[in-house]
Design a protein around this ligand. Sequence first.
Ligand code: ZN
Ligand code: CU
Length: 492
Amino acid sequence: MPRMAADLVFRDVTVVDGSGAPRFMADVAVTGDRISAVGRAPGGRREVDGRGLVLSPGFVDTHSHDDGAFLRHPDMRFKLAQGVTTDVSGNCGFSTVPNEPGREYMPGDISGPGSSWTDLESYFAACTAKRPAINNLMLVGHNRVRAHVMGLERRAPTAEELAAMRGHVARAMAQGAAGLSTGLIYAPGRYAETEEIVELAREAAPYGGLYATHMRNEADRLLEAVEEAVGIAREAGVGLHISHHKAAGRRNWGRVGESLAKADAAHAGGTSVTLDVYPYTAGSGPMWQYVNLDAIDREWAEGVMIAACPDSPQFEGRMVPEIASEQGWTVEEAVRRIVTSPRGKEVICIQFIIDEGDIETNLRHPRMFIGSDGIPVLRGNPHPRLFGTMPRVLARYVRERGVLSLEEAVRKMTSAPCERFGLAGRGLVREGCFADLVLFDAATIEDLATYAQPKREPRGIRMVVVNGQVAYEDGVHTGAGAGRMLRYRSEG
Ligand code: ZN
Ligand code: CU
């Protein structure tokens, strides 16, 4: 059968195909939005010399907070430049759906402000109109659903309120959400008893959906929190995905092994469990959510850096103890003043709470994916994970330390999350798959974003292709705008 000329051919490239199989040399052709040949390719309208470079499927950021960014920053440069072609958004219980236009749901909502849409379908339409650079899959967030129905009230829902919440989760699932997410350390999610979450997660079961959770505790009561999460998934009949797995606080360092053992036991017992991790020793989020003003935790505060602070931008990029001594405040007083200032609930902080050894333990786990947890607030000093996560895994943990092979790292960033999150037809360099691709130099790829200079784009990424269109090439964003809104387990 005579073949049509391909649109794009990578000639003599080293293919790391996403399956975890050893790399191989081939030509890879792209025609329209699909991979049309792997092996020997006919001539292409555009030929790219792949010698010395690796071609892999586009990376999946399984833990993003980019719901709002798809509208505010549709170029998605901070993700595209690191090889991410698909985001899983709506994490930690924060999502842009359901939405009542004009309503402010909670201070410092990291999913971004709502606008004209009401549900997932209309949110997707708003995103598509912006021609975003990368693909987006969504979870529906418990914090948002609860706030939509009952505000920030600290009580159990009535039967009517619970029914209304179930309805919103069901609607999002019917419109293509991958599952329910929770953020059980955050208000209002933390006001929910376990049973409420079970009831809501049940709505994901008919779709084979997931329960993705920022667990109720990631520190002293980590193991109990894993038990709660496993119990919820088992009762609801859904798969469990544990977000940004860690053992927070110095006295808990080294304990991710115990937590992973619990997850493995549950998995062996029939409740499927996957997880994600970011390759940094600091977390980040809305500061007021971590602070109890009646008992400010000094040890915690000493490891906190201010990322974004609208009332005092001069604090951005600096550690709380340094700010305190400069201002003549105690550390506790500094925390209090920062979070209670007029726009204090918009303050984003970075907290150094994670053990380097635990990151490696996490990365070695076979069902561990990579999720940046980046918060796309571009003013101030965001956590460098927003710009550097994927290249950092490939540079620091693959090339420098040999914690995992390149093939295994790429599998964790591609086929493994695509299978789990129902990204049909994606995640492999294989004929017929969607052409989401990254061309990079495995010898030089490196994250350049640091806590001091967090917005530096990585090096070593030569080209990123999204749905067959060249989206990024040698540092230049092409403006192709080929990203799509993806629905769980349906090709699109
Ligand atoms: Zn979280
Ligand atoms: Cu998160």
